[in-house]
Design a binder for this molecule. Structure first.
Ligand SMILES: [Zn+2]
Length: 637
């Protein structure tokens, strides 16, 4: 029987991290990894980015399970969010599952989820159309595995993060024979790690790296402060080993560390004697040459911690004269500037900096020749380079073509591409929409492009708020525009600009008041346009402009019966988030059916979309608010 197969990336292609791929075999969906990405250069306040799984939501019932390759955040990080929506089993190695559980335990919504299954390289899981098995690989965290989906059309192989290293220790070793056997059995397509594909130089072996760390500890006469990503268990092990050999004690710092180290220790994946570790207090009684401070955390955190230590901002441990800061894991390129700044800070604090990556290629990912070896072992018919930006995927494609793989057998996919294998041919089918889901604080996915664009504008050019109070009946501006700005210009030094702006606003408002067809949406738009034009002319900046138009004279009008009759149609209060909460909820339910209101409402909605207004427009209220203090209520916004 022939199978219909689809391969869909939800992340991990043309970007660094956030690995998540779906393989659909005859309608059953197998998820490979469920990772997150830390935003590069601090993406306007976003904490993490996870894949957008709208498509999976619509096809919930077809998801079979999630299979994990290893315990890094780019493979398991999105799991807590995923499992809060999808109740499916999760498979991975002992170490990976232990870390996945740690992750999930932090998320209240999925605290009780318990459908984890530990597998190893001998496990085979039969799902009928598909048999899933695993093979051990070498990476910077123990028990990393690749995944094989055996179908009637051949095998689909996902390597996960890997490299080859002949000196790898148990727990980190690649099963070469098994790779050869998988290749012998026929591989239809391989999804293979491209993160280091551009690199033509061989990775240093872990043995060489271990020796280098030991040498550094040996020759250095003072304290060594090691910066290392917590998830690089292999490097932490090497630091411990080198400390033992050179007679140093280790002091652990960093938030994430204890948990990960404890997990690894409890599982016997990290070995050292208890007397190796010391507390910060014990450090004082030791000769600096007998100590190592291990500073760890999530990606990017160790470097930031070193900055704080250099600036003497840490509570317990700060840098001192003669310290060597030793960067043992390579930060991503996005961190280059930060790393350069950090080096400077360390030298100013009287220390020195050394990085393993200055001397050798210490990546945990396969370099070009390793990738070619993987292809030679697996002999796939098709290659899908994954895990990396476009240029890396492209470099991987070129490496494959050097081996004689035809160009049309290599697919550089984008998120949401649907690679389809049907009746003997592989090709791109109709794609699906896949974007990113931003997480800021506890909000998942409530930050969209509009919010981000506003943050960008606010960061670039600031905000300009103009409050005007009018009396619509008398067609008068009651209080002259009150202007507030933040991050735009220094107000005191720009009095003329502010004054002129005030006049422009007044003029626009008066024009609208004089117009018979008065419309709130139009008024605001008008103010914004005139002001924006003027401000750009004067400053070449485009701040967010927030016109706030207030109306007074409610009491007068209430007394008039004629006005009362008109209320439903023309009342268009535009008070921003009022101080009285009850006023906020009432208008929504009332008077939403007047035709005029609809037009005005739509315009106002567009305003909101623009990000210029943060309030709900309140129109056609049968019961009017007592807008006695309009200026006060707005001023605080
Ligand atoms: Zn990894």
């Amino acid at each position: 029987m022939s199978a219909k197969i689809k391969i869909i990336p939800f992340g991990g292609v043309r970007e660094n991290g956030k690995n998540m791929y779906a393989v659909d075999v005859n309608g059953s969906i197998y998820i490979l990894d469920c990772g997150l990405k830390y935003p590069e250069n601090e993406l306007l306040g976003i904490d993490v980015v996870i894949p957008d799984w709208n498509y999976l939501r619509e096809n919930k019932d077809r998801i079979v399970a999630v299979f994990l390759t290893h315990g890094h955040a780019d493979a398991i990080g999105a799991l807590p969010y995923f499992l809060s929506e999808f109740n499916v089993p999760v498979f991975g190695s002992e170490m990976t599952i232990a870390l996945a559980k740690l992750n999930v335990a932090d998320e209240p919504k999925v605290k009780n989820y318990d459908d984890f299954h530990v597998v190893d390289e001998k496990t085979e899981i039969d799902f009928g159309d598909v048999v899933v098995s695993f093979f051990s690989t070498t990476h910077s965290i123990p028990e990393s595995m690749g995944i094989v989906l055996k179908t009637d059309e051949g095998q689909i192989v996902y390597t996960g993060d890997f490299k080859f290293d002949q000196t790898a220790k148990p727990g980190y070793q690649t099963d070469y024979a098994r790779l050869g056997a998988i290749g012998q059995a026929g591989v239809l397509a391989v999804l293979s790690d491209s993160a280091n594909a551009e690199n033509p130089t061989m990775n240093a072996s872990e043995q060489e790296i271990a020796e280098s760390i030991e040498e550094t500890f040996n020759y250095r006469n003072g304290r060594v402060v090691v910066a290392c990503v917590a998830s690089n268990i292999l490097r932490i092990q090497q630091v411990f080993d080198a400390a033992v050999k050179t007679g140093r004690k280790v002091c652990l710092t960093g938030q994430d560390l204890e948990k990960i180290v404890n997990t690894a220790m409890n599982l016997g994946k990290l070995s050292f004697d208890d007397d190796l570790l010391v507390t910060p207090e014990q450090l004082d009684s030791l000769d600096p040459a007998e100590t190592v401070i291990l500073q760890t955390g999530k990606m990017g955190e160790p470097i930031k911690a070193i900055q704080r230590m250099a600036n003497k901002q840490e509570k317990t441990l700060n840098l001192q004269e003669g310290d060597l800061v030793y960067i043992t894991t390579t930060p991503s390129h996005a961190m280059d500037t930060t790393v350069a700044q950090t080096r400077d800070m360390v030298y100013r604090a009287g220390g020195e900096v050394k990085a393993i990556s200055d001397e050798m290629n210490s990546s945990g990912h396969a370099y070009k020749r390793d990738l070619q070896l993987m292809l030679n072992l697996l002999k796939p018919k098709y290659l899908v380079p994954i895990q990396g930006e476009y240029r890396l995927l492209n470099a991987h494609a070129n490496a494959a073509m050097e081996l004689g793989m035809p160009a049309d057998h290599v697919f550089i996919l984008a998120k949401g591409d649907v690679l389809t294998y049907d009746k003997g041919t592989m090709g791109l089918g109709e794609g699906i929409d896949v974007s990113d889901t931003m997480i800021d604080g506890i909000g998942v996915g409530d930050i969209g492009n509009i919010v981000l664009r506003d943050r960008k504008v606010l960061a670039d050019d600031g905000i300009f708020i103009a409050v005007v109070t009018i009396d619509r009946k008398k067609k008068q501006i009651v209080a002259e525009p009150k202007i507030t700005s933040r991050g735009f210009v220094y107000v005191k030094a720009n009095k003329d600009l502010m004054q002129e702006s005030g006049q422009i606003i007044s003029k626009a408002v008066q024009n609208n008041l004089d117009n018979k067809e008065f419309d709130w949406g139009h008024l605001k738009q008008d103010v914004r346009e005139h002001l924006s034009h003027y401000l750009f002319e004067q400053t070449h900046r485009r701040p967010v402009i927030l016109p706030v138009i207030m109306e007074v004279n409610q009491h007068h009008r209430r007394a008039s019966s004629k006005d009362k009759a008109n209320t439903g149609k023309e009342q268009a209060k535009d008070v921003k988030a009022p101080a009285k909460p009850k006023a906020k909820s009432k208008p929504k339910a009332k008077g939403s059916n007047a035709p005029k209101a609809k037009t005005a409402g739509n315009k106002a909605a567009a305003t909101t979309k623009d990000g210029q207004a943060t309030h709900k427009p309140r129109r056609n209220r049968k019961r009017r608010p007592h807008a006695a203090k309009p200026a006060e209520t707005t001023d605080k916004q």
